[in-house]
Design a binder for this molecule. Structure first.
Ligand SMILES: [Zn+2]
Length: 216
């Protein structure tokens, strides 16, 4: 599943999209990341990397960025110094409630993920790297969609979950919006027409969690 693509449109924002950061997630995220191509980047750079299967350690666990895969991601961040860092994840449908739980902050210390639509969720990246590796104005986002293979296997949830291709389409469209944005105002302009409430909620969570830190 290892996949690398570098799109270089000269001067401008450097973006790093990393998928499949743990477990088998790369099997699903590769279908989305492969659809992001040169045409979606107007200026600057986009580096796309999809990881091979690895041990599953949550990125909220401080062991993650000391693991083999975690260190590889840190190397990519240090090498490219992106102003936009996107982690593409996927989740088992059974974890939807836990990820979007409005009490998530009280329970595990990080805000809930926010649903855009079709089971696609957004949130900040792990607090272990957000403040130490990025500037406050950088765009750092975690994206989640239902894992393709798991949603197909998940008989009981089949009816209550959006069709996998619909989730994937929403996820890919968000990646395209990110690839075509240079900074946060640009991104907000590109997505808040479709997701006004979600953008506002993201800003509020970020203020609560990061203090004066920016929304993404
Ligand atoms: Zn994940």
């Amino acid at each position: 599943m290892s996949f690398f693509r570098l799109i270089d449109k000269g001067k401008g924002t450097t973006r790093l999209f990393v998928g499949g950061v743990h477990g088998k997630e790369g099997q699903s995220t590769i279908s989305a990341l492969k659809r992001i191509q040169s045409i979606h980047v107007k200026t600057g750079k986009l580096i796309i990397y999809n990881c091979d299967q690895s041990e599953y350690i949550s990125t909220l666990d401080n062991r993650y960025y000391n693991s083999k895969m975690g260190k590889e991601i840190l190397r990519l961040i240090n090498h490219y110094q992106p102003e936009m860092y996107i982690e593409a994840h996927c989740y088992h449908p059974k974890n939807y409630t836990k990820l979007t739980d409005l009490q998530r902050k009280e329970k595990i210390g990080v805000p809930p993920l926010i649903e855009l639509e079709k089971g696609v969720l957004i949130g900040s990246v792990s607090p272990h790297i957000r403040k130490s590796l990025f500037k406050r104005e950088d765009v750092c986002l975690t994206l989640e969609m239902p894992c393709m293979h798991q949603i197909q296997d998940s008989q009981t949830l089949e009816n209550s979950f959006p069709a996998p291709e619909k989730s994937l389409k929403t996820y890919v469209n968000l990646l395209k919006a990110l690839a075509g944005s240079n900074n946060r105002p640009d991104l907000e302009k590109n997505i808040s027409g479709r997701y006004p409430v979600q953008v506002k909620t993201a800003r509020r969570y970020a203020r609560e969690f990061f203090g004066e830190y920016p929304p993404f």
